[in-house]
Design a protein around this ligand. Structure first.
Ligand SMILES: Cc1cc2nc3c(=O)[nH]c(=O)nc-3n(C[C@H](O)[C@H](O)[C@H](O)COP(=O)(O)OP(=O)(O)OC[C@H]3O[C@@H](n4cnc5c(N)ncnc54)[C@H](O)[C@@H]3O)c2cc1C
Length: 413
């Protein structure tokens, strides 16, 4: 008889886990309170980031910390009332970001990231979703000589150590790549490997469709209804009660709330982010996503318009939206590109599910037989969904994992 598994959460990570389990013969039920891809997987920058071999560390230099403490930056902001609650996980994040501790973390992170393009391509090969995955990379622009020199050296190191491909563009190269850019910059690193997805939710929906077409069942319900029933697991959906031998928690930033009910409370925290789309004036075009280092936000061409996505906001996941970074970024963005009006009246907000050691949590939930974790993918969950899906499915089905899972195991917390 085939294995029965309930996967909780239909974001990029949960859908990818469900698909990989199904392809290994498991009977999978996918539960979410909403349609697939409506959490963080909806509104990200859509970059499948082959270049992101190093996770985002907590800043450690005094100048950056002081700038962030002022709470007026474009790239980071916080709710002062949330600091006490976040202090523990953020202190641990800072601690893990010390160079000597960060080095092995970055090595473990790189082992996941280097697989990301192959794993997405494996799921989309010979399908019409291949058109969503634009092989155009993305660019980072530099306006200060010292930063540009450091960026060139870093890009060369990433190429040598992790096979990351890039082109260094001078001012003329930038103008040729982006003729409607309104500013001049010294240079740009064009990361050429990443795929740029023109509609991130559409990709998650596509993976969910592959799952459904192969006989997978998707239901709506509250994952918090999960209970242990003897050796099995039970959850309620709008359609009734569902039992399975195993359960996977892939609820993104909500994962810790559920696992803590079963005795596992890793120190997760959220980095909230916002987006809004803008039309371009006249016949202007944006060919690539880019981050201007002097500005601190990302602009990406999407189906819906130019998507402006913001950096990290440290606040409770469920606090009302406070899109101050978007308000600070918009005038700067108008200085970079000839943006016309905004497409939506209200900005979108989502939560990056983060861990203090910057590594995702993938593997058996400690002390609970038949329960598994797949969350904590922070800035790169859209990139890493299929990698995590394959890794966890291999672990669950007793296959030899294609990556050593040790650094990501839940038991480290
Ligand atoms: C502004 C921004 C830009 C980003 N850019 C990128 C990028 O370019 N590239 C990249 O790789 N990553 C990016 N990320 C990060 C990426 O979006 C996340 O890491 C990723 O989406 C996490 O996927 P997930 O499946 O773990 O979580 P989610 O997509 O959040 O999915 C969790 C699911 O759980 C469901 N759920 C939660 N609670 C319950 C419940 N009680 N009952 C039932 N269902 C529940 C939700 O409805 C949701 O569908 C960005 C994030 C933000 C915010």
């Amino acid at each position: 008889m085939s294995r029965s598994v309930i996967v909780l959460g239909a974001g990029m990570v949960g859908v990818s886990v469900a698909l990989h389990l199904q392809r290994r013969g498991a009977q999978v039920l996918l539960l979410d309170r909403a349609p697939p891809g409506e959490g963080a997987s909806f509104g990200n920058a859509g970059l499948i980031q082959r270049e992101a071999v190093h996770p985002h560390p907590f800043p450690r230099d005094i100048a950056t910390l002081w700038r962030m403490a002022q709470n007026r930056s474009v790239d980071a902001s916080y709710h002062p009332s949330a600091l006490l609650k976040l202090a523990g996980p953020l202190f641990r994040y800072w601690w893990h970001s010390a160079p000597s501790r960060y080095r092995p973390i970055a090595e473990a992170y790189a082992r996941l990231i280097v697989t990301c393009i192959d794993e997405h391509v494996a799921l989309t090969k010979n399908t019409d979703a291949a058109a969503l995955l634009r092989p155009i990379g993305w660019m980072r622009l530099y306006g200060k000589q010292a930063e540009w020199n450091a960026a060139l050296a870093e890009a060369e190191t990433l190429k040598r150590e992790h096979g990351v491909n890039y082109k260094a563009l001078d001012q003329a190269g930038i103008a040729a790549a982006e003729p409607h850019l309104l500013v001049k910059r010294l240079g740009a690193i064009h990361w050429t490997d990443p795929l740029s997805v023109s509609d991130p939710q559409a990709l998650t929906l596509f993976y969910a469709r592959l799952f459904a077409e192969a006989g997978g069942r998707m239901v709506h319900g509250d994952a918090m209804s999960l209970q242990r029933k003897g050796n099995a697991w039970q959850v309620q959906s709008h359609e009734g009660t569902h039992d399975a031998a195993e359960v996977v928690v892939a609820l993104g930033s909500a994962s810790g709330r559920l696992t803590s009910r079963f005795g596992y409370a890793p120190p997760l925290f959220g980095k909230r982010g916002y987006h809004r789309h803008y039309r371009l004036q006249g016949n202007a075009v944006l060919n690539h996503g880019f981050l201007d280092s002097d500005s601190g936000f990302v602009l990406v061409p999407m189906r819906a318009g130019v998507r402006l996505t913001t950096g990290a906001e440290f606040a409770p996941d469920d606090a009302p939206k406070t899109p101050v970074q978007l308000a600070r970024a918009e005038p700067l963005a108008r200085g970079l590109l000839p943006l016309a009006d905004a497409v939506e009246a209200e900005p979108w907000m989502g939560v990056r599910p983060c861990t203090p050691d910057m590594l995702p949590i993938i593997g058996p939930l400690p002390g609970q037989q038949g329960a598994w974790c797949a969350f904590g993918h922070a800035h790169q969950g859209f990139t890493l969904g299929p990698t995590t899906g394959r890794l966890l499915a291999e672990m669950m089905m007793g296959e030899t994992p294609f990556i050593d899972p040790k650094p990501y195991l839940p038991a480290r917390y």
